[in-house]
Design a binder for this molecule. Structure first.
Ligand code: ADP
Ligand code: MG
Length: 777
């Protein structure tokens, strides 16, 4: 047995520093109470569980520390906390037994005040103990030697583990703190629940406070149930620290590193890290070693994103996955699977569902799940799965997925993490401030309208772009003067932000709602309402137009306005999808580009409110309208990582259509799913998949075709469907339309993503019967 290992547990104890420990008051008081009951012969059992590095060991060591330093209460025996971790060792039961005995003797002697017992000399320690009046120690050692000689691991374990229960008496009573208990299920040549069987009589006796701790309650509780012990245990789940404790920990860590983080940012920082102390420690170290200064939210979010994409938080989880899944392909699967569950919140709570979502063989899938469980990322109870919600892990998985699967660069991922995080916050970022300013400008403008007539072109982006796209400002100004088609603007009586129909009623959130009158007199029949949205996104999507139109309709209904008395106006930030422009025209929604707004302001002498004029360059890309769709074809061998090539091509194709990044990702994921499905389930002889990408202005169509056996063949139809089921379910969530044609000659999966993203708008109607090529059913 290696000497170093002997110091494992003792090392853990020695390395615990009380001043480093924060919070957990409730847990400590429950456990302290239970430990105290042991003095009266009442034994309570706790099962403490939680993900790795959440602080289980720290909690046990803190408890041990508190118990040891609890005041003497004359005459009554004192609690002797015996801390033992099963993780250090030693999957061999003989080695474990030896270690267990030595550890117990050593800790007991320390407890009794015997300076420095020699951990490698069990006989010596026995002699020391007999000075304190403890006998029977030599017999235990002799029995251990005998079982060792016979190679009888199980008997050795029984012998060793029973030992502490016989100790105790007038002076003290043992309190058992058994850490990393899940490792007891991994002993060589000993069945899974053996350890609990050995402990069973002591637990059942109800005399010994017994706290088991570990990261996979599922396995342990299953053993507990088998032993009929489940009801005896109280379950104690360990999660993040309370907000208050977490704040104290920040303060402590910052002081030690002489860092200053504004106090106002700390609650946010705690939340970001889920109150998990080890993350707090790492982030502080990150700031310290980078010599960074964190002064505001953006700085904090950037630093966090940096850490989780390339710094300490990243390394922490990367190493975790590398150790847990040394084999690259399996690691990839595990990460991809977990990403879907934690980031995409794929609804999943059965082993069966998990296995098919993973798309691996049954055996591999089970191995992955079992590793998750062993490491505490997942717990299973009666076949019900639950995954941990750890915000840092989720961001790490997002990074790993984007990097590994979608091939994005680190800084790009970091930027999107920051973006995602910041978009949940109050107006603080530049974008929101810019938006508020633009709203204020438009409000000012509307107040000045006063029945004037202006060129309609100012409100019609489509026509304006047709006429002036690419022209200089001067040309535009001159051109506008000749504009014949004009529109009469109302006299505005009030402009407000948002609109509520009545107290407590629904609120229609427009950036502006203006009441105006088409003639000088403010009568009902002259009333006109302008609903205005100032688009915050650089690129207006059709989805946003649809959403705007819906709100307008509700408003018109509420106010019982005739259609022509509600004017709808959206102000672009930079540009708009072609589909959005079309949809706006169809709904009669006015659209104005910043250039048009500038001209508008100019007309009313308000131009100084706006920024520097610049040449109008309403930019448009995308597949030419009205032309035949662009078509791409690709034949891929069915082998690992081929699907990445498919995804890459999808990305390039999507780039032609200047599709937003979210849509691109969805398309990529869908095609990856479809490819994997074909690779794994088609049993194709040619071993090839044929892909077609069809790009038209309104949609992207993807065909994934294999010449395999189709869904029905080989296995039972149920089995076959089940296996493909999850992949297909995911695909359905990712794209707008999925169609499958399958038969003995193969399978074609057709996926459609409408470029106006998922709205049941007119673009989707008329998408009639499928024209799936190739194999038919
Ligand atoms: N209550 C706490 N206060 C401060 N730091 C803690 C606390 N709990 C855990 N930590 C930190 O987290 C690290 C991991 O905790 P640990 O107890 O080893 O987790 P587990 O046993 O659950 O895997 C510790 O080394 C310590 O730095
Ligand atoms: Mg631990």
């Amino acid at each position: 047995m290696a000497g170093v290992r002997l110091f494992g547990t003792m090392g853990a104890e020695a390395s615990f520093r009380e001043e480093d420990f924060f919070g957990r008051e409730e847990e400590l008081s429950a456990l302290t109470r239970a430990a105290a009951d042991g003095g009266r012969g009442i034994g309570s059992s706790f099962m403490i569980y939680g993900p790795p590095n959440i602080g289980k060991t720290s909690l046990l060591l803190k408890l041990a520390h508190d118990l040891r330093s609890s005041p003497e209460t004359g005459g009554i025996p004192r609690p002797f906390p015996f801390y033992f971790s099963f993780s250090q060792i030693l999957s061999h039961p003989l080695a474990l037994s030896q270690h267990f005995i030595q550890e117990f003797l050593w800790q007991l002697l320390r407890f009794l005040g015997d300076g420095q017992p020699s951990p490698f000399d069990p006989e010596g320690m026995c002699d020391q103990l007999s000075v304190h009046g403890f006998t029977g120690c030599r017999e235990i050692l002799a029995a251990h030697a005998k079982y060792t000689a016979a190679g009888d691991g199980l008997s050795a374990l029984v012998n060793a583990l029973s030992f502490p229960f016989a100790a105790g008496g007038e002076l003290f009573y043992p309190v058992f703190l058994f850490d990393d208990f899940q490792y007891t299920g991994k002993l060589q040549g000993v069945t899974d629940g053996a350890m609990l069987s050995i402990l069973r009589p002591y637990i059942k006796s109800g005399h010994y406070p017994m706290f088991l701790s570990g990261s996979s309650p599922g396995r342990v509780t299953a053993s507990l149930k088998r032993e009929g012990l489940f009801g005896t245990f109280q379950m104690l789940e360990i999660g993040g620290l309370s907000q208050e404790s977490s704040l104290r920990l920040w303060q402590y860590l910052c002081e030690r590193r002489r860092l200053e983080i504004p106090a106002s940012l700390l609650p946010r920082a705690s939340k970001r890290l889920g109150g998990i102390p080890v993350y707090q420690r790492m982030l502080v170290e990150e700031i310290f070693f980078r010599n960074a200064r964190v002064t505001d939210v953006v700085g904090l979010e950037n630093l966090y994103a940096l850490s989780v994409t390339e710094g300490k938080l990243n390394r922490y989880w990367r190493e975790f996955f590398e150790n847990t899944f040394p084999e690259r392909a399996r690691r990839g699967r595990a990460i991809r699977f977990l990403k879907r569950v934690l980031c995409d919140r794929f609804p999943l709570d059965t082993v069966e569902g998990a296995l098919s979502l993973m798309g691996a063989s049954q055996e591999e899938g089970e191995a992955v799940l079992s590793a998750f469980e062993f490491k505490g990322l997942m717990k299973s109870d009666l076949e019900q799965l639950a995954f941990i919600g750890d915000p840092v892990l989720a961001d790490f998985l997002f990074w790993a997925f984007e990097r590994g699967v979608l091939g994005k660069g680190g800084s790009q991922v970091a930027a999107s993490i920051v973006q995602a995080r910041l978009s949940h916050v109050e107006p603080e970022s530049g974008q929101d401030a810019g938006h508020a300013r633009r709203v204020a400008v438009v409000k000012e403008l509307m107040r000045k309208w006063d029945l004037r007539e202006v060129p309609l072109l100012l409100l019609d982006f489509g026509k304006f772009r047709e006429k002036f796209g690419g022209k200089g400002l001067l040309e535009v100004v001159i051109g506008m003067e000749g504009e014949q088609v004009r529109v009469r603007l109302p006299k505005i009586s009030s402009v407000s932000t948002g609109y509520r129909t009545h107290r407590g009623g629904p609120r229609f959130d427009f950036d502006l709602v203006a009441y105006g009158f088409l003639e000088g007199d403010f009568s009902e029949e002259n009333l006109v309402i302008w609903a205005v949205d100032v688009v915050p996104e650089k690129n207006l999507a059709a989805r946003a137009v649809e959403h705007f139109e819906n709100r307008c309709r509700l408003l018109a209904l509420e106010k019982r306005l005739p259609a022509d008395r509600l004017r709808k106006w959206m102000l672009l930030d930079e540009t708009a999808d072609p589909a959005a422009v079309d949809l706006a025209a169809q709904y009669g929604v006015h659209l104005s580009h910043p250039t048009q707004v500038r001209l508008f302001l100019n007309l009313f002498g308000l131009e100084e409110l706006e920024r520097e004029p610049e040449a109008p360059r309403p930019s448009f890309t995308g597949a030419p309208r009205g032309e035949k769709p662009l078509e791409y074809e690709l034949v891929l061998p069915m082998k690992a990582d081929s699907e990445m090539v498919a995804a890459r091509v999808a990305e390039e194709v999507a780039a032609f259509a200047s599709v937003d990044s979210d849509t691109v990702d969805r398309i990529k994921m869908a095609i990856i799913e479809a490819c994997i499905n074909a690779f794994e389930h088609s049993a194709s002889e040619s071993g090839k998949v044929r892909l077609r990408y069809l790009l038209s202005p309104e949609k992207i169509e993807l065909y994934v075709q294999d010449d395999g056996k189709g869904f029905g063949a080989g296995k039972t139809p149920e089995e076959s469907k089940k296996n493909r089921g999850w992949g297909l379910k995911l695909i359905r969530e990712l794209v707008d339309d999925v169609e499958i044609v399958t038969g003995p000659d193969g399978t074609v999966v057709r996926m459609v993503k409408f470029l106006d993203a998922g709205q049941p708008g007119p673009a989707r109607k008329g998408e009639g019967a499928p024209d799936a090529p190739g194999a038919d059913g």
